[in-house]
Write a protein that binds this ligand. Sequence first.
Ligand code: NAD
Length: 508
Amino acid sequence: MTETNLTHLKSYTTADVLARPPYRGKLLINGHWVDAADGSTLERNSPAHDRLVAVYAKAGVVDAERAIAAAREAFDRGPWPQMKGAERARILRNVAEGILTSKEELALMETLENGKPLAQSRAEVEGAADLWHYAATLARNLHGDSYNTLGEQTLGVVLRDPIGVVSIITPWNFPFLIVSQKLPFALAAGCTTVVKPAEVTSGTTVMLGEILVAAGIPAGVVNILVGRGNVVGEVLVTHPDVDMLSFTGSTSVGKQAVAKSAQTLKKVSMELGGKNPQIIFADCDWDAALDATVFGIYFNAGQCCNSGSRILVQESIADKFAAAVVERSKRVSVGDPLTPGVQVGAITTDKQLDTILAHVDAARKAGAQVVLGGSRMNRTGMYVEPTVVTGVTRDMAIAREEVFGPVLSILTFKTLDEAIALANGTLYGLSAAVWSRDFSTCLSAARRIRAGTVWVNTFLEGHAELPFGGYHESGIGRELGRFATEDYTETKTLHLHLGERTEWWLPR
Ligand code: NAD
């Protein structure tokens, strides 16, 4: 996949990786790798090393329109939507195997563009391959319904019809995992697609295009565009030939996309932001809750929609718990994501870095105490110290807004009712966790929390079988799970009359 392959080596250093020429990616339109119509290119520097790691053809409006036309043609003329589920499943399994074969190159690219530790990228690539395998099982299992209860002369058949052309727009925090939460399920349903990754982390999605072509995906079924959201994304959201929008990103861009897509009444699937609470009761498993607290906020440098960015801790243990969180936060290893053992890498974009620091500043001004970290680290690359903020109250912005960085807010509560009010007191509803040794406390809380996922005595676990998505402003619809392919279908009713017409409207 790259000109200088390192993956045959047992180990390699940061210097080996950075000595390679930058990855060069083109646009995948109608089965061909092409330059942008206007010849534009886009460069990406590694946020961890500040070195050029990729150069892409940069799509514009004309390229986006060509990609949509190719997807439309591939849908309207086939063969993909008409293919047997078993045949689509075979190709999806080929893709899964191709991903595993290219694991190291994909993981390296993810780390170079996103800044996350290499071991984490490897695990995500494996997780993504599992999603392609899982979607392959759904491709064979997609089915409708029938009614044999409508009388002697009527048979009702409900068909699941692929919805058509799907625009897939993804963010930069888990680029490969998130495209794999969408694309294989849309393909399993028989849809054709145009995919636009976030411009700063396009590499693994372009590489996926190479794997798809090798796996036998027909021309036009998957088109991939590297480009800016406000140019290419805009076309994918508004074009009348697109039937559905599957978007993961910020709530603010997501809301605008829904409004614009409404002009052509597209179906939408939206995975947006979160301000996820972990509720820590006094009778929790102390060590487990502490470990999940630091994991929940520092994993992926806190750049997770599911990040456990709010700890709600019962007052009787609050001071001791906060002190222990600070102590454990100091043990988190932050640094070059290519160095083995590093747990937290770089912040992915300079804009995000500024946003994180501005949130910490605002919390200080609002009267909260920054008891650990709060600054950019003094080294090459964009790194932020693990940060703990105490004395946070529910009215402060840091208690309600997504920071999307390694910044933990700690709030306190006395009773279960108070904890639930705090947990449900934001505009989001993506996920939450409850920590208690009393299962009835856990279940009472879990049932009252308004969020798409509630973890009980664990955090940030995911399985292909379990649906994922948010309440309120965290999104619309669910990904994964056994109904994931159905989201990419229309429902069609066949009303079948058997035998002679028996009821005449006009007198005979
Ligand atoms: P973003 O909203 O800035 O960008 C997401 C995607 O939208 C990118 O590909 C971007 O190019 C594109 N885009 C930007 N402007 C557009 C426009 N006008 N029209 C169409 N597309 C446009 O989000 P981000 O900063 O890349 O990602 C971080 C956000 O994503 C966070 O808010 C996070 O919570 C959210 N997220 C949610 C989930 C989830 O499953 N709920 C998962 C990961 C990330």
